[in-house]
Write a protein that binds this ligand. Sequence first.
Ligand SMILES: Nc1ncnc2c1ncn2[C@@H]1O[C@H](COP(=O)(O)OP(=O)(O)O)[C@@H](O)[C@H]1O
Ligand SMILES: CSC[C@H]1O[C@H](OP(=O)(O)O)[C@H](O)[C@@H]1O
Length: 396
Amino acid sequence: MTTVQTSVYEPLTEPKAVALAVRLGLFRDGAPLACREIGDGNLNLVFHIVDQETKQGVIIKQALPYAKVVGESWPLTLKRAVIESNALRTFASYVPQYVPKVYYSDESLAITVMEDLSRLQIARKGLIEGKTYPLLSQHIDEFVAKTAFYTSDFGMNQQEKKKLAQSFVNPELCKITEDLVFTDPFFDHETNNFEDELRPDVEALWRDDRLHLEAAKLKRKFLTEADVLLHGDLHTGSIFASDDETKVIDPEFAFYGPIGFDLGQFFANLLLNALSRPELERQPLFDHINRTWDVFASVFSNLWRTESVETYAATPGLLEDVLRHAFIDAVGFAGCEVIRRTIGLAHVADLDGIEQKEVRLAAKRHALRLGRRLIVERAELTGTDGFRRLFAETER
Ligand SMILES: Nc1ncnc2c1ncn2[C@@H]1O[C@H](COP(=O)(O)OP(=O)(O)O)[C@@H](O)[C@H]1O
Ligand SMILES: CSC[C@H]1O[C@H](OP(=O)(O)O)[C@H](O)[C@@H]1O
């Protein structure tokens, strides 16, 4: 991977980002450049630099040595910038149409310079506005199926896979997920954040032994199954979309993990949006959930049958077993994501943005009931219609 190491780390400011863009020759000489820091995520700085005449832009994303959402009291490795640029390049080798182009990266400055995607909209924002993005699930699941297959022991040389997995060992970012997704929301932990009115519902989860056992099994899978290269944080805020184009950004949580994890995060964030909508406007989200699984299973199966490098791939029943477990795990991971986005440290605007307090609290109670059942009953959900059934059964 061509990440260079040229300078001593310092956080960029807008003028420094412009100076860097000029030094890197990203714009024609004398171009009138405007720059704005537009980062709205939890962790990093994002500078948008535009030539005001041609309107062409680039993005410089820089990791801070701490988690931006919490501050300097939460130190965080700068290495995540290398993971992010390498993941974008690796994904581009399989599905270039679904990731921004990386123009340059510098490990010491913890920066990734990439394609400006401002022509698109962050999918979470569009979904909250009521957009439906007809191709979203088809594109995301082609992205997930192809990157999963080609980085697995069935799609690539198995020695090469081990080396690739080594280059994506990402302990600090995985620890964030281990804590914030799989652990803290299930216990009385200081990182949790929820309205006082939800306390009885939350305390019921904290006392729930059956839920603890199933969440623990899912956490164990996340800790131990080095199956495929994952994006690691595939929520709708990590996806740019329009009616005909989709791009996945922000893979700083990338690592080798269980095949169902990215699918589960995506399912969950579609459900979180459905939870925020009136009943009659939810159908497009359930359609996306159904298509997500259908496209994933079909693309993955096709690659398995035609391109597998593993002798056992042709064994009757093996592909079906892999898909069945991927689905069950994805349902459970989705449940953990729904719960943590409701009462954990990092919320989503879909739920928090519901203005009327009683409606918001009802949606969050619904989310907790739904998340719990997705975790506990994941093996009994026979197909994607099960999401709709559980959604309806947990509404009141
Ligand atoms: N390639 C890009 N083109 C345009 N805007 C981008 C690009 N990458 C990030 N952004 C903007 O920056 C915001 C934060 O980026 P993100 O990668 O999600 O940061 P974080 O890692 O802090 O979550 C995005 O929501 C989007 O508005
Ligand atoms: C303290 S990190 C919390 C949360 O933020 C990450 O999301 P993003 O970088 O897209 O804002 C990730 O989901 C973490 O769990």
